[in-house]
Design a protein around this ligand. Structure first.
Ligand SMILES: [Mg+2]
Length: 244
């Protein structure tokens, strides 16, 4: 039903914002290698290949990772340089994804996305530290890209709560709803996802298929913690009594 340009929902819609790495898929190190190659392109006077083994990737945003890496190499992380490294990273990524033998779509992901996308009261979005280009490259490698048409990305903001907010705004625009008329469920794999979800007043389903175990995700304050997205319990986060 539509009146004066706004949809009137019988029930508030649920906006789902999915993290990518460790939640929907594992990129098999392709992201890290592509960032290393991008840094190698812009850094002079290196003794050997760039190695980012000591930089934390899980739950971090792409601009944060690049800023940290540049600093580690003693380079002033100016915004223009970060943008250039990110641009080169997205250019290197498809090839690295193609040759990543350890790439995998995580258990239960395909059936959960298919199930949720069939519902007319749930809209699927992304809430990821990946830049938009990197996000869709990774999803395409796993044939998951067609499930998503909007999100909040590392290219929107280096702060995870802010990029989730951007994703939520886009979801609300999409359905013509006001913030107070939607329920938001964030699905992620790290305490950073949980904290960012809390910052925007969203429920958070945390899945321990990334680098963090169940107790760590519970301690962070996740609404629900599951061992993988096959879990029946995940569906309960999209029931009205839980999300309402
Ligand atoms: Mg993640």
């Amino acid at each position: 039903m539509k009146t004066r340009g706004c949809y009137i929902w019988a029930m508030p819609p649920i906006i789902a914002l999915f993290d990518i790495d460790g939640t929907l898929l594992r990129a098999g190190g392709a992201g890290r290698r592509a960032v290393e190659l991008a840094l190698g392109d812009v850094l002079d006077d290196l003794d050997g290949p760039v190695s980012l083994e000591s930089v934390e990737f899980a739950g971090r945003t792409d601009p944060w990772i690049v800023r940290t890496a540049l600093t580690q190499y003693g380079v002033t992380a100016e915004d223009g340089l970060i943008r250039e490294v990110l641009r080169r990273y997205v250019a290197h990524l498809p090839r690295e994804l193609e040759i990543a033998t350890a790439f995998e779509v995580l258990p239960g992901v395909l059936s959960l996305l298919a199930e949720l996308s069939a519902r007319d009261d749930v809209i699927l979005g992304l809430g990821t530290g990946n830049t938009e280009g990197a996000a869709y490259a990774k999803l395409a490698r796993g044939e998951l890209d067609s499930f998503f048409s909007f999100g909040g990305f590392g290219s929107d903001h280096s702060d995870r709560a802010e990029l989730l907010r951007a994703g939520l705004e886009r979801g609300l625009e999409r359905i013509g709803a006001r913030a107070e008329r939607a329920d938001v469920v964030v699905i992620g794999d790290t305490p950073y996802d949980v904290a960012a979800a809390q910052a925007i007043g969203a429920h958070c389903v945390a899945v321990s298929t990334g680098g963090y175990d169940g107790p760590a995700l519970e301690a962070a304050g996740a609404t629900l913690v599951v061992s993988d997205l096959c879990a029946t319990a995940v569906r309960s986060a999209f029931e009205r009594s839980a999300a309402g």
